[in-house]
Structure formats: C-alpha cells, structure tokens
Unconditional design. Structure first.
Lengths: 191, 271
C-alpha cells in the first residue's frame, strides 16, 4: 500500500497541490470565467468601442484579477497560471464574445500573472498583487497587438498602449484582488 | 449544465470526442492567425462554417444568430484598423476627412475575418460538446491527470450551485433592504458588490468540507479512476482534425514558397 502510494505520488504532476487547492482553483475559475463571458465581456466591447485598444485598461483588470486572487489565497507556484487558463476555458464554454482567442489571452496573461507573484515569492500583499496584475496586463497588450493586429500601430503608440494597460490592470486589478483576498481571510473563509 | 450553450443533437460533430475537436480548434486558431490576406482568411472561415453546418447540423440561421456579437466585434475592428493604421504607399481614397489606403483595408479585412473565424469555430465547438463527457474524454484520450480534469469538472459543477446561492442571497437582501425594485447600472453594480464576497466566502467554506470528504474517499491515492460513462472514439474526429491540419500545412507552404506575384509577409501581424 505504501509502495503504491509513493509510486502514485512520484508519477503525479500535481503532487504539490492538495484537493482543497484544486477545488479552490476550480471555484474561482468557474466564477471568473462566467463573469468574464457574461458581465465583463459586454463592458469590454463597449469601452473598447469608445477608446479603442486603450480601453482594455478599464476592462481587462476585471478579467484577470481572479487568477491573482487564486494566487494570493493558495500561494503556490503555478496556481495563477492554471486559474487563468482554466478560467478562459470556462469563458469559452460559456459563450465568450472573443471565442477561442480567450484561450490565448488566458495563457499569455497567465504567464504574466504568475511571474508577478513569483517575483515576490508568492507573498500575500498589495505590491505582489499589483505586480502580478501589471504583468498580466503586459501579456494582454502583447496578445492584443499580435492577434487583433494592433502591432501595426506606430511605435510611438505601442509603448503607451502596453504601459496604459499594465498600469490600469496593476492598479485596478491589484487593488481588487488584494481587497477580496484580505476580506476572505478576515471572514475566516480561507486560512 | 449552468450557463453553457451546449445543445444535444444527433450529428457527427456531437459524436466526435472533445480532444479531437479541441485539436481542430487549435489548427483553426493557428491557421487564422497566420493568414495575411483577406482571401486566405475567408478560405479558413468557409472551412469552419462548412464544418459546423454540415457536420454539426447547425443551421445557417442559428450560426448567424450565435455569432452576431462576434460579427459586431469584427466590424468594429475593421473600421478601427482601416482608420488608425499608418498610411502606406499604393491606391487610397477619402471618406470625409479620413484617408484610407487599399492596403490598410486589406489588412483590416484580414484581421476582422480572423476574429470572426475564431469566434465561429469556438461557438461550433461549445455547441457540440457536452461539458461532462468532455472532462472524461480529456482524461482518457488526452491523458490529462484526472486531478487536473477534476478541477475542470468541479468548475463546471459549481456554476448551478453558485447561481442558486446567488438567487437566495439576492432574495434575502431584497426582503431586508427592499432593493428588488431598483433598476439601472448603479443598482446592478451594487448587487454584484453585495453578492460577490458572500458567494466567494460560502464557496470557499464549502470547498474545505468537500476536500476533506474527497480525501477521505481516497481521491488522488491511485493513479487512475474508474469512469461511469463508456466512451467511444468516433473515427470522424481524426478526419476532421486531420483535414484542418492539411489545410494549415497548405497555407503555410503557400506562404513560405512566397506564391507568385505576392509579397511574402510575416505571418503574424501582417506588416
């Protein structure tokens, strides 16, 4: 029995994650994905219709803060990336306006989100949350440029685009993720 | 299952396994992203629409209805890119005070069709894929660890529970604070703000209990799990994914060999 257990753990790529961690990622991804498809998506199209790609600074934080929230709650490597990918998957299944492009956003933003938390060693504080969301915003800007074709903008617009989205995501998304993580900790919902 | 748009039907696409469908979606995504002319993008779109209509038994009317919002996004992108792209050499014309070049129109058209194609392809996949069966197929055919697959299944399973709980919390607030009659954006925002923390907190508490229950039943102790549903892999899945891959290779070869008379343009971005 002990041999079977150790063999199972050795082959299991998820051995560092408990069942509670997996369910937490699932729950946050479920809420975030459906919210992204049904609530945030229409707002995103409206604001980007008005402001062009720069409008992403005002809608993308509400897409990405869920993954940072999961990373702040669980504080293990790979959680933010997994949550971002799973959330975009749920978003596609729920009928996202962006379709399968959401999967690309989820992956590239997730890499940024993960990097931001890793820089601060997965500590739960505001600066880590803001760094995570800011780098997630950089991922969003890169995806917007290369998939939606805004790479054709002149260089004098590309840099401000990246900076605007990173700053918007960092401030709004970081504050939101940190505030919710703190509230949940105070409510005793997550230890 | 919850807000998902899957519709059970008797078609070839409904019988094809989820892994092959997502591989098909992957090839469509790569092909759409590397297109650099409107004609190339249109060919990819026609192949996608034909797959959905003939193999998925999705009527043209329904496909249009499901993708109308993606069409609006594509139209917006077309208008935006036509106008904001830097001016290029070649023929151009004026609309009012805006100067638009034919090259920019072609570029904008390519991007617009690309976005529309990707939205249509993913709509076809989600319309024809049962979320519950999909998870089991990812484990059996995609060799995904079942713990990771369970995360997907749990995410899908939580949604109706959360919807029900949101309804209960909303009604409780309505009784106590008489907010049920209020409408408008501010009222909606306040509702979301009131619901979000209780829903998240309730879910996370429930998760801790569920995790203990699952661990007590040996979840994760063994490398494999027994599935209740019997799964069969329809051979058409290989043909559908394979033909999209052949189309992608054809497009790549066409672009790499430089095709007579056309400039070879970088695959992504099209500049």
């Amino acid at each position: 029995m002990a041999e079977l257990e150790s063999e199972s753990r050795a082959r299991n790529p998820l051995r560092g994650y408990s069942t509670k961690d997996i369910l937490t990622v699932a729950a946050i991804s479920a809420v975030g994905g459906v919210a992204g498809a049904i609530v945030v998506g229409p707002w995103a199209k409206f604001i980007e219709g008005l402001l062009g790609p720069f409008g992403a600074a005002l809608n993308n934080p509400f897409f990405i803060f869920w993954a940072t929230l999961a990373g702040l709650l669980i504080r293990k490597p790979g959680v933010a990336l997994a949550t971002s990918c799973l959330m975009s998957f749920v978003e596609v299944l729920a009928g996202s306006m962006d379709g399968s492009i959401a999967l690309i956003f989820g992956l590239i933003q997730g890499i940024g989100l993960e990097a931001g938390l890793a820089i601060f060693a997965y500590r739960r504080h505001l600066v880590a949350a803001m760094a995570s969301c800011a780098l997630g915003g950089v991922g969003c800007a890169i995806t917007l440029m290369y998939v939606f074709g805004f790479v054709r903008l002149s260089g004098s617009l590309q840099i401000p685009l990246i900076v605007t989205i990173a700053v918007g995501d960092g401030i709004i998304g970081g504050l939101l993720a940190n505030a919710i993580a703190t509230s949940l900790k105070r409510a005793g919902a997550f230890n | 299952m919850g807000p998902f748009i899957y519709e059970p039907r008797n078609s070839v696409l409904h019988q094809v396994d989820a892994v092959n469908k997502f591989v098909w979606l992957l090839w469509v995504t790569v092909a759409a992203i590397i297109t650099s002319t409107p004609w190339q993008a249109a060919v990819i779109y026609v192949s996608v629409a034909a797959t959905g209509i003939w193999l998925g038994h999705i009527s043209l009317t329904e496909l249009v209805r499901r993708t109308i919002h993606v069409a609006l996004v594509s139209a917006w992108l077309f208008c935006l890119l036509s106008v904001i792209s830097p001016s290029t050499a070649g023929p151009s014309f004026s609309i009012g005070f805006i100067r638009v070049s034919v090259a920019n129109l072609a570029y904008a058209g390519t991007l617009a069709i690309r976005i529309f194609t990707l939205g249509t392809a993913s709509t076809i996949v989600v319309l024809t894929t049962d979320p519950r069966r999909m998870v089991a197929e990812f484990v059996k055919y995609g060799h995904l660890p079942y713990k990771a697959a369970f995360a997907i299944y749990a995410a899908l399973r939580f949604l109706p529970l959360l919807q029900n709980e949101a309804r209960i919390v909303h009604h409780a607030h309505a009784i106590r604070a008489d907010v049920s009659g209020r409408r408008g954006l501010i009222a909606r925002f306040q509702l979301v703000r009131r619901l979000s923390i209780p829903l998240l907190a309730g879910s996370l508490r429930r998760i801790q209990v569920m995790a203990v229950a699952m661990d007590a039943r040996g979840f994760g102790a063994h490398p494999t799990r027994t599935e209740v549903d019997e799964l069969r892999r329809h051979p058409a899945g290989w043909i559908i994914a394979g033909s999209q891959f052949v189309l992608l290779l054809t497009l790549l070869t066409w672009k790499i060999t430089g095709n007579a008379g056309n400039l070879v343009r970088p695959p992504i971005g099209g500049t």
